[in-house]
Design a protein around this ligand. Structure first.
Ligand SMILES: *Cc1c(COP(=O)(O)O)cnc(C)c1O
Length: 381
């Protein structure tokens, strides 16, 4: 008996045991898993860039020019020419003064939030925010206020009654498990009225929203000294990493204080070199975004369920609400047996009783892929 056995038994009983599969092909709609072909609707590679030949070539060129490892923290010798160029490009692309690159989105949030808020401060966090934002808020030791999902009236009451030295409102732009969009203009008005900062995590909007995919801030035309914009580079951008963009001063402060930036090895320069190409493809990507929007509409128009519910979505994230953990995982495994991979999402990732399949579409999918998914799901209900 290991000391973890009781814990495993509890996870198994609740249907919460997580398992991985080994994928033996590049990230694309058609994968090879355990030696057999699978049609996948699970990646966040929304523009189909993860295996784009131009990005693969850029990565090879980056390795030739800069090697593989960066060797140290960006504050020692791990900040190289492609990192500096990418930071300038990201600032210009998102319309912010300055940007700072992190190795992952999780690390970015864990660095940014404690840099901005500490013991004497207060954080106001949407209840459905991503785990990295919740963890970051806890790590900061600031007072943590969690407001009901998109409940701006509740948020305003909490902001108005807070006596904290500094206030930080944290939200996702596109919520990762529901695919709905936060009203960022209204949130920014509230933040400014109460002297708070607004941190927007645009993990699922960067590359997709706004003109040329410039992200949620551009989509809503946000401009404010109080805006801290964070985007990730492993989803629509097709590679890895993340960045925060804001005023010159706010970014300089985060650079001085973010421990996940200071005490972690810099992202390999070949990735930054690849991402410069990726931003070009995003900027020129209207055709990809138009195709993706067509697939999103096609999915909703071709599915009719009796019991299950395909939630409305303005994005490429389509939650199919099933409810119970066991039924959700059973549907996911029957779907997989038919060669279609859609992940089941259970608590604590989503609230209890709202287990779901999380369908994500990509510009690399075809209409035939979406039709096959819709038909198979309706057969299984
Ligand atoms: C994926 C995600 C992150 C983490 O980004 P990684 O680069 O994958 O570490 C942060 N926030 C949100 C909302 C995400 O969906």
């Amino acid at each position: 008996m290991s000391e973890f056995d009781a814990g495993f038994a509890e996870l198994d009983a609740l249907g919460l045991r997580r398992r991985r599969r080994v994928v033996d092909s590049p990230c694309a709609p058609e994968l090879v898993v355990d030696g057999r072909p699978v049609l996948a609707f699970c990646s966040n590679d929304y523009l189909g860039l993860a295996n784009d030949p131009a990005l693969v070539a850029a990565a090879q060129e980056g390795a030739r020019l800069y090697g593989v490892g960066s060797g140290a923290s960006p504050l020692i010798n791990g900040h190289m020419t492609p990192h500096a160029a990418l930071e300038r490009r990201l600032a210009e692309f998102t319309g912010m003064e300055r940007a700072l690159l992190f190795s992952t989105g999780y690390m970015a949030n864990l660095g940014i939030v404690p840099a901005l808020a500490g013991r004497e401060d207060a954080i106001f966090c949407d209840r459905l925010n991503h785990a990295s934002l919740i963890d970051a808020a806890r790590l900061s030791r600031a007072e943590l206020n969690i407001y009901p999902h998109l409940d701006l009236a509740a948020l305003e009451r909490e902001l108005a009654s807070s006596k904290a030295r500094r206030k930080l409102v944290i939200t996702e732009s596109v919520f990762s498990m529901d695919g709905d969009l936060a009203p960022l203009s209204d949130l920014l008005v509230l933040a400014e009225r109460h002297g708070a900062w607004l941190l927007v995590d645009d993990a699922h909007g960067f590359g997709l929203l706004g003109p040329q995919g410039r992200g949620a801030a551009a989509h809503f035309g946000l401009a404010s000294l109080r805006l801290i914009y964070m985007g990730t580079l492993g989803k629509a951008a097709g590679a890895a990493g993340a960045f925060v963009a804001a005023t010159q001063n706010a970014i300089e402060w985060i650079l001085q204080k973010a421990r996940t930036y200071i005490f972690s090895t810099g992202e390999p320069a070949l990735i930054a070199h690849t991402l410069l190409k990726s931003i070009d493809l995003i900027e020129q990507g209207n055709e990809r975004r138009r195709h993706l929007a067509g697939l999103n509409a096609l999915l909703h128009s071709s599915i009719k369920f009796k019991r299950w519910q395909l939630l409305p979505s303005e994005t490429a994230i389509h939650p199919l609400l099933i409810g119970e953990n066991a039924e959700t995982m059973d549907v996911a495994s029957r779907l997989f047996a038919r060669g279609i991979w859609v992940p089941g999402i259970r608590p604590p990732t989503v609230p209890a009783g709202t287990a779901r399949l999380r369908i994500t579409l990509s510009a690399a999918h075809t209409e035939a892929h979406v039709a096959r998914l819709a038909e198979t799901l309706m057969e299984l209900e």
